[in-house]
Design a protein around this ligand. Structure first.
Ligand SMILES: NC(=O)c1ccc[n+]([C@@H]2O[C@H](COP(=O)([O-])OP(=O)(O)OC[C@H]3O[C@@H](n4cnc5c(N)ncnc54)[C@H](OP(=O)(O)O)[C@@H]3O)[C@@H](O)[C@H]2O)c1
Length: 272
């Protein structure tokens, strides 16, 4: 018995990590998933996996900084299915480093991806849900880092995200559209792609994974699965996060699941 039969979902950041796991789980539960990311190859591969398992997936390969394309992708989902039930804002990026030595291009990428694209995607989703009279959920993948001090510029973007989600929640309280904030702790994904190579390699080596990671590389799913399996006390899995998303989108619309903080039991050393 599937839970999302006949529903339509749009998921950004679906070419990797948490967004990818969310897309697979929502598709497995019967939703037609519209999956967005920059890597067309990885989206195509994911769509193949979903379709071979009997699900429906449509891809959109674009940079979320192209806000018109992001809006058009949400509209495409509605045009093709007549509805929008679930919007998951999972695209996100982190550049470690101090504020003193930080780079404007990195700050801009973090704010544009983590905050502005999430605003644009959420606004497009609300408009689509209203227009099609769909009772919906807008789920944003924020972070533990949005809750406290000391998480660098990345933490500032996620604090902004938390505030935006809360405001959206209040704006929508008289409608059947819920805004949910999910704040993961450390998850074994490609999130460390911009981290120093020695930092990532030392983590992988510490659990017995021989690694020649270079900053900018994308790790294989197999490597990430091994990392989670060998270090689950400090790295949750993307599937763990997907189950949290599924929980929120299957609750009654009069119930507001506002925020979920979910992560491994032990804290993780930060990259600086
Ligand atoms: N992993 C963690 O420890 C952790 C902890 C807390 C919160 N989070 C949050 O979880 C979310 C997902 O991250 P993840 O851990 O799954 O990392 P990930 O494996 O690196 O996935 C990031 C996703 O975002 C997409 N993306 C990034 N910049 C984009 C852009 N400009 N345009 C379009 N797509 C873009 C990537 O697409 P391409 O690969 O195709 O470029 C990829 O699909 C992020 O919001 C992150 O802040 C992660």
């Amino acid at each position: 018995m599937v839970m999302l039969s006949g529903k339509t979902s749009v998921i950004t950041g679906a070419s990797s990590g948490i967004g990818k796991a969310v897309a697979q789980l929502l598709a497995q539960e019967g939703s037609h998933v519209f999956i967005a990311g920059r890597s067309g190859d990885r989206l195509q591969a994911l769509a193949g996996v979903i379709e071979r398992a009997g699900g429906r997936a449509s891809i959109g390969a674009f940079d979320v900084h192209n806000y018109e394309k992001l809006r058009a992708f949400v509209d495409e989902a509605v045009d093709r299915t007549g509805r929008l039930d679930i919007m998951v804002n999972a695209a996100g990026v982190d550049y470690p480093g101090s504020i003193i030595e930080g780079k404007l291009t990195d700050w801009r990428d973090m704010f544009e991806t983590n905050v502005i694209a999430m605003l644009v995607g959420s606004q497009a989703a609300v408009r689509a849900m209203r227009a099609t009279k769909s009772a919906g959920h807008i789920v944003t993948i924020s972070s533990y880092a949005g809750r406290g001090d000391g998480f660098r510029v990345y933490g500032a973007t996620k604090a902004a995200v938390n505030s935006i989600c809360a405001t959206l929640r209040a704006e929508l309280e008289n409608e059947p559209i819920r805004s949910v904030t999910i704040m993961p702790g450390a998850v074994a994904t490609n999130f460390g792609r911009h981290f120093p190579a020695e930092f990532v390699n030392s983590i992988l080596n510490s659990v017995g994974i021989a690694s020649d990671f270079k900053t900018g590389d994308v790790l294989s799913d197999e490597t990430l699965e091994i990392l989670h399996a060998r270090a689950s006390a400090i790295f949750a899995s993307a599937d763990d996060m997907a189950r949290a998303v599924l929980y929120t989108v299957t609750q009654p619309h009069d119930l507001s699941v506002s925020e979920i903080l979910v992560g491994p039991r032990k804290s993780f050393p930060q990259a600086h």
